[in-house]
Design a protein around this ligand. Sequence first.
Ligand code: PMP
Length: 304
Amino acid sequence: MVDKVEKIWFDGAFVPWDEANVHVLTHTLHYGLGVFEGIRCYKLANGKSAIFRLSEHVERLFDSAHICTMKLEQTQQQVVDACLESVRINKLEECYLRPLAFLGAGAMGLGSTENKTHLVIVAWKWGAYLGEEGLRQGIRAKVSSFARPGINSVMAKGKVVGHYVNSILAKREVMAAGYQEAIMLDGQGYVSEASGENIFVVKKGIVYTPPMGSAILSGITRDSVVTLCGELGLKLIERTITRDELYTADEIFMCGTAAEITPVREIDDRRIGAGTRGPITERVQKRYFEVVRGDGHPEWRAPV
Ligand code: PMP
């Protein structure tokens, strides 16, 4: 269960947690046209807090809305300020932030355009998404039988509410079989991403990840990892990856705001590399946690 905080930002003002409610005819609840973000705020080594890559997340929220022909009533700056204020007002040092834009109640037709576009921002405490042990030892993943929808059927670059049916089906399928995370292939069978993370493969010292022009979300953690790999002197190549390349990789890790940098130790019952967090994964992970907690790249952190 999500730990309750005091206030939720709702269409421009803070309301008490228990009053942040909607009507059952909320359009997005029925049809899934809504857009959202997942953002983390970290406590820095100096004791202060900062939201990691806040402006990039807010920009993606507006891009997602634009892709979905939804018009947000706020400016990007107002949303940035509201995220910072959500952390302050709830006196949180570290938290996850969830801005969600959705179409409200009113008309019910698929084509209705008069429903109000609401925006909420909820903050709550959220630890390691795939577990502390997962961060250290790696997780067990399985390729799902659910493919990532093709780039001409859903708009993968948008973080769209309805797209997550596909992710949840994949996640539920593999969890029921005893695995922690689902990896999805695209319509052609190439490795796409995990249910809520981008994927990286290490082979003979080179780091590979599927290209932006494939059916993946443009992960902001992925972008941080690409930059940090460069700074660590690691060669990184964006190219299509096949399923069997996963099996024969030296190391694999997943990354996302919630999952951070999580090593993968097993896929489809095949051990990956040494079957634990690999040395390159460890370097990238260590550097990522240093940066989110205040060491380097100040432009990536919005002080609370
Ligand atoms: N892919 C999907 C499908 C996701 O839901 C997420 C989480 N937002 C990611 C990748 C990783 O994106 P980010 O690093 O921006 O959190």
